[in-house]
Design a protein around this ligand. Sequence first.
Ligand code: HEM
Length: 273
Amino acid sequence: MALAAATLASSPRVCISVSAAGMNSSGLSVSLGARRVPGISVQIHSQRRRIVAAAAVARGDEGAGKTFVEEMRAAAMRMHTKDQTSEGEKELEGPSLNELEPNLDAYLRFLVDSKLIFQTLENIVDRAAVPWYAEFRNTGLERSEALKKDLKWFSEQGHTIPEPSALDTKYASYLEELSEKDQQAFFCHFYNMYFGQSAGGRLTGKKIADKILNKKELEFYKWEGTLSELLQNVRTKLNQVASNWTREEKNRCLEETVTSFAYSVDRLRKIFT
Ligand code: HEM
């Protein structure tokens, strides 16, 4: 099957190349490195290698003394396109998100999918099958309750709330599985979902609200307390936990950034199609 890089890469600000080579009839399913992830197909080997190599460079030269969260952030920034942030390294392929109109039905689907993923992350840390997950309960960054309120509001406005997409349903299962089998990789998703939402997620939400919601600020983009402090508390805890990880475990976490972006970028992209 022809390369479907276009599926994600030609969409606004999307920077992950996607291969359809392993698609099955139910949609997308391709192995991600050694791990098989149902639901999304991404050519990641070279990207993962680049992220780990860049992390090594950062530790050696430019970033000696970097905390692990700084390493995770650097890996995430590398996955951005240059127009998203000055630290982005990817070329923009296709039109910029700013040039496209968001679609309200698609945005509702995005909110439903986001609720599913945040709820999954929050359930996992609440259950704390791995004891240190409990450190990340009630951080103040939780988003599922806020999204519940937003969806109730849309429903009251007469909108039909859709079911979660098949892809994000699979992503939720993937996170459940990862949380049991690979704590380090799981925490990469945790980090990117919450920190991404507080940065680019907020910017995108504002642009969408300006265009199609008459500037209404959704609860999804509001935090109780001072956001910078909430983020800093979580950074501190993440650094504490990661201080017990081997270099190999840290690298596994960094490599997972590619998969985390693949799912989130796909979720975002659909708002504009
Ligand atoms: C439309 C798409 C996006 C835009 C416009 C965007 C933009 C940004 C911007 C402006 C920053 C702040 C850079 C700075 O500190 O100066 C940022 C940070 C970040 N973004 Fe994105 N981003 C997008 C998508 C994503 C996605 C899909 C993820 C991952 C799921 C993500 C994860 C992150 C993370 C982890 C940070 C670092 C936050 C921190 O250090 O507190 N971003 N992004």
